[in-house]
Design a protein around this ligand. Structure first.
Ligand code: SAM
Length: 243
């Protein structure tokens, strides 16, 4: 039996390592959030599925502190609007430079601006965005908003609903979460995302129950205990609602 020379073994294992590294670099999706309040993301990015997706090297989640791009000794990021009006706007220079910085980290990333004026975020978009091979940069507005010229760099304006939040951080967290959990390998049971509400664009998931069988005189529907798969399937179909 011929033995492989030791240096060849080393060469093969380092090739394998390089290939693996390449695969990881290729697959890892980056989510960068530009915000004045990076601390808000700590709990969300370090818990549950978001934590797991990072641990498994499926995604890279990070924040960019807009304050680091502020102007002058006070690191100013906001100013009053031209034409008058209440409140402050995020200035163009700090925002612009923060976006360019994020782009340097991930040149193919798409830039999403959080704004009530944007397209309504939907499960279908979360699915679509989870399947792309590029990352995303989120811009979180604050105060009365931002200097409109930032739109020159933006690929899509996104809204989470017809209401006004104090800043774009909660929308960004919502959107990142809805995308990350759909990336293959993040959820344990891959089929669980397929039967979820809105997965076909309009159906809401059927009601579900777990132990105990009876609680405060509230009992689990008989059909779910029958073991009759066809009946269970048809009950679930009846119970699913259209939006
Ligand atoms: N003056 C703005 C208006 O009337 O549309 C609202 C500004 S809001 C107080 C500050 C920031 O929060 C916005 O620039 C945006 O980034 C974010 N924001 C608030 N509500 C949002 C929503 N429904 N969807 C996405 N982003 C939102």
């Amino acid at each position: 039996m011929t033995k492989k020379p030791p240096f060849l073994g080393g060469l093969f294992s380092s090739c394998f390592f390089v290939a693996l590294l390449h695969e990881i670099i290729l697959v890892m999706k980056k989510f960068q959030v530009i915000t004045l309040f990076p601390e808000m993301f700590t709990g969300v990015f370090e818990s549950s599925m978001m934590w797991k997706a990072q641990k498994d090297s499926i995604v890279e989640l990070s924040t960019i502190n807009l304050r680091d791009f502020g102007l002058g000794p006070r690191k100013q990021v906001d100013d009053t609007p031209y034409g008058g009006g209440d409140g402050m706007l995020l200035m163009i220079e700090p925002l612009w430079n923060a976006v360019l910085n994020a782009k340097e980290n991930d040149p193919t990333a798409k830039i999403l601006l959080m704004t009530p004026r944007g397209a309504r975020w939907k499960q279908a978009l979360a699915q679509e965005y989870s399947e792309t091979d590029h990352g995303y940069i989120f811009i979180c507005g604050r105060y009365e908003g931002y200097d409109e010229r930032i739109l020159e760099l933006v690929d899509q304006e996104v809204s989470v609903g017809d209401y006004v939040l104090t800043g774009g951080e909660l929308p960004a967290m919502t959107i990142v979460d809805s995308i990350v959990r759909l990336i293959p390998g993040v959820l344990g049971g891959e089929s669980s995302a397929e039967i979820e509400s809105f997965s076909d664009g309009e159906t809401l998931e059927f009601p579900q129950y777990t132990r105990p069988l009876e609680f405060n005189n509230l009992v689990v529907p008989e059909v779910l205990l029958s073991g009759h798969h066809a009946n269970i399937k048809s009950w679930r179909e009846q119970q699913s609602r259209r939006t």
